[in-house]
Design a protein around this ligand. Sequence first.
Ligand code: C6P
Length: 438
Amino acid sequence: MPSDKKVQGSLNFHKKMAFKICVVAQMDQLSIENIRKDFPILSRKVRNNVPLIYLDNAATTQKPKQVVDAIADYYLRYNANVHRGIHALSEEASEKYEEAHLKVAKFLNAKFQEVIFTKNTTEGLNIVAHGMYDRLERDDEIVVTRMEHHSNIVPFQVLARKTGAKLKFIELDKFETLNLESAEKVITDRTKLVSIPHMSNVLGTINPVKDIVDIAKAHGSLVLLDGAQSVPHLPVDFADLGVDFLAFSGHKMLAPMGIGGLIGKEEVLEDFEPLLYGGEMIKYVDYERATWNDLPWKFEAGTPNVGGGIGLGVAIDYLSNIGMERVHKMERELTKYTMERFSELDFVQIYGPPSEYRGGVVSFNVFNDDGELIHPHDVSTILDEHGIAIRAGHHCAQPLMRAMSIPATNRVSFYIYNNYEEVDKTVEVLKEVKALFS
Ligand code: C6P
C-alpha cells in the first residue's frame, strides 16, 4: 500500500512514549474513569454482548446524567413557553433559557446579545448565507476551502448561483493543512465572505484562523468560522479570533440534539437580515410592517428549544469543570497514541497532518495483503461486531474525498471519556480485519 501519506515520525511508539507523558497519561486515565461514571451508556453491552467502545464523537457525543437530568427537570418541574407568559413557570423557564445564553457567551468570550441559539451548526451557517443575499453583487466572491463539510459549501453554492457571485477555494498543502499562499491569492477586494472550518471533521486539521482573518480583513471581508468540530474540543475565544460569525452544534459537546449556536459580532448582527420571521423576533407589528426585536432574539423566531438550551448550559458547566485546555490536551495525547499505534500496522494508511496539527479525529483506510482497499463499510461492520462504533464513508465531505482520490475513509473520533484500552482494542480488531480480507 502507498506509504507517502503516512504520518511522519511515528514509527516506534514504545520508544517514543517518554516517561513524563506516561505519568500525565496515567493521571488522565484516572479522571477519564471518573468521567465515564457520568455516562451510563458507556457501560452498555452491544451486538454479541460486548462492551460498547464509542469512537464516533465527531458525529455526536454521548450525554452525561447531569445534562439529561437538567432537561428532565425542566419538563417535569417548570415547562413553559419563554418570554410570553408572566406566570411563575414562564418566568422560571425564561430565566434559565437566558442563563444558558449567558453561559455560552462566557464559554466563548462573546457578549450575551451576540449569542443566537439555533438547532445546529448547519442552521447557523445558513443564517449567515441568507444574510449575505443583499450584500452581494454579481462577480463578488465567497471563499471557502477544499476541506469543507457539505454544510459549509452547499449554502454558498446556492448563494453564488442566485446572486451571480463566484465561489472560490483555498487549496490544501501536502499534509492537508490550509495553504496560506493560496489564501493570499484567492481572497481579493471582491471577497465579501470567507468561511472556513476551524477543524476538519475528516482530517482533524486545526486551521490557522487568525492568519485567515488577517488576510480577509485586509480586503474588508466578513469571516465565518464553522466551529462544529472545534467548540466541543478546544478553548475557543470568539473575541480574540476576530471572526464575525462562529457556528457550532450542542449535540457534539454533550448537549442534546436540536440545539446549537451562532455567535455574531453585535455590530454585524444589528445590520443583518434574519432567516426566519414571526413571533418572538419582532418588536412592533401592524398590518403593513414590523420592526425587529433586540439581539439576540431578532434571530430566534418562534418558540425555541428551551429544554435543549438549558441542557446546553449544563453541558457547558460540565466541560468548564474539566477545563477546555485539559479537554484538548487529553484528546491530543489519545490522538497521538492512536496515530502511533496505527502506524505500527503497515496495512493502515492515515490521512491528514501529524498529531500536533490536529484534534481528536483520525481518518484511515485498511488494505489487504494485495494492497487493495478494504472498503470502510466492511471495516466498520467488523469493528461493530466487536462493539466498536466508528464512522465510515465520505463524512459529508464528498468534494474532499474526490480531491484525495479516495471513495471513503474509516474515522475514529474521541471525546473526554475515551481511553487508551479502547484504542488498543481497535488495533487488535484491525489486525483481524486485514487477516479476514487477505
Ligand atoms: N459533522 C460528522 O460526522 P450539524 O449536522 O449541523 O450538527 O453539523 C454539521 C457540520 C458542519 N461542519 C462540520 C465541520 C461538521 O463536522 C459537521 C457535522 C458530522 O462529521 C456529521 S456529518
